[in-house]
Design a protein around this ligand. Structure first.
Ligand code: NAP
Ligand code: ZN
Ligand code: ZN
Length: 358
């Protein structure tokens, strides 16, 4: 990570230090990028921390489709408001804030009007790899600052540290939203597949909502952690007995796995009317055997992050329940190594970049 390269830049912005990918198969390296000039509704944010989400890896390696390079990932951003645009009303200089996976949406469609900007019918503007309103491509949080419309900035409640709160902006909301939508709570049995970044947040949040939580992991290696995080049971999916023992048991299964798994086997663990919600986003299709669904009226669903209002609700919920991510803080120079550990399922349970080291 020695050589700094410069991305193509629009006029009038500020230049930012960043770490990004130059190609789908090379290591990440330092970059200089340009942030847009501060508009009247914009909030420039000094980024203090940025979580490493598995989506960063899928994206930067082109697994979800071709992307323009250089690419700067990172959508679990926390920091401090550096200044505010002339018409900003909700934030002031010095506020502790966060930015998640979206930085804009059409604001007019029925989903935006309902507060589900993540499902904007015109397509939301993602924090990285999207076309921004000034025509440039958005760059994410592996950088020293970002300029975001105030309507897409979240408030980090007092009591949440900026480093451990960063992963809530993606891993937290991506699990909170389906847990709420499918009514996880007292009397409900929830299984979480995969104990990584999303999985460990799903366990904490489902437990705080009052559900009975089971972890389904590849092995029993992280069993003790899972129980500490709030699960009451922990099973290895490599053990055939798991699938006979738990058949028909769960009201809700949240699948956070980043790779292809045999969905039919997991559907068999649902009770009548149960739902398996896929938040994991592997590039390959996940074939669903319909006879795992039909006989027990089961549902196979997907879910994407959450709306802005719901993300704030999740942050407030986490502060109230004393929940944040379990993190390993790293320097910007350790990002490549951290990605390798994420790919090896060796993350406990989120890497967070200390952006002061950029
Ligand atoms: P992560 O930290 O790498 O966790 C994924 C976990 O899945 C691993 O820790 C591992 O858990 C399990 N796993 C990995 N490879 C596996 C395999 N081949 N077979 C079975 N289990 C495997 O990733 P993450 O950041 O939580 O993200 C998970 C997925 O969610 C990614 O695909 C990401 O793109 C996606 N995502 C989606 C949304 C959304 O809005 N829907 C938002 C964020 C992320 P065990 O070791 O416990 O088995
Ligand atoms: Zn993410
Ligand atoms: Zn919209």
């Amino acid at each position: 990570m020695s050589q700094t390269t410069t991305a193509s830049t629009p006029a009038n912005g500020t230049s930012a230090r960043a770490v990004g990918a130059h190609a789908p198969d090379g290591p990440l390296g330092p970059l200089e990028i340009q942030r847009r000039a501060v508009g009247p509704k914009d909030v420039p944010i000094d980024i203090r921390f940025c979580g490493i989400c598995h989506s960063d890896i899928h994206f930067a390696r082109g697994e979800w489709g071709g992307i323009p390079y250089p690419a700067v990932p990172g959508h679990e951003i926390t920091g401090v408001v550096a200044e505010v645009g002339a018409e900003v009303t909700t934030f002031a200089t010095g506020d502790r804030v966060g930015v998640g996976c979206m930085v804009n949406s059409c604001r007019e469609c029925e989903n935006c009007e309902a507060g589900n900007e993540q499902y904007c019918l015109a397509g939301n503007t993602q924090t990285y790899g999207s076309k921004d309103r000034d025509g440039t491509v958005t760059y994410g949080g592996y950088s020293d600052h970002v300029v975001v419309d105030e309507d897409f900035v979240l408030r980090i409640p007092d009591g949440l540290e900026l480093d451990a709160a960063a992963p809530l902006l993606c891993a937290g909301i991506t699990t909170y939203s389906p847990l709420r939508h499918w009514n996880a709570g007292p009397g409900k049995r929830v299984a979480v597949v995969g104990l990584g970044g999303l999985g460990h947040m799903a366990v904490k949040i489902a437990h705080a909502l009052g559900a009975e939580v089971t972890v389904l992991s590849q092995s029993l290696r992280k069993r003790e952690d899972g129980l500490k995080l709030g699960a009451s049971a922990y099973h290895a999916t490599s053990d055939e007995d798991t699938f006979t023992e738990l058949a028909g048991r769960f009201d809700l299964i949240i699948n956070t796995v980043s790779a292809r798994i045999d969905i039919g086997r997991f559907l068999s663990l649902l009770r009548t009317d149960g739902a398996l919600v896929n938040v994991g986003a592997p590039p390959e299709p996940l074939p669903v055997p319909v006879f795992a669904l039909i006989p027990q009226r089961r549902t196979f669903a997907g879910s994407a992050i959450g709306g802005i209002r719901e993300t704030q609700e999740m942050l407030d919920f986490c502060a109230e329940h004393g929940i944040a991510a379990d993190i390993e803080v790293i320097s910007a120079g350790q990002v490549n190594e951290a990605w390798e550990r994420v790919l090896a399922s060796d993350v406990r349970y989120r890497f967070v970049i200390d952006n002061a080291t950029l």
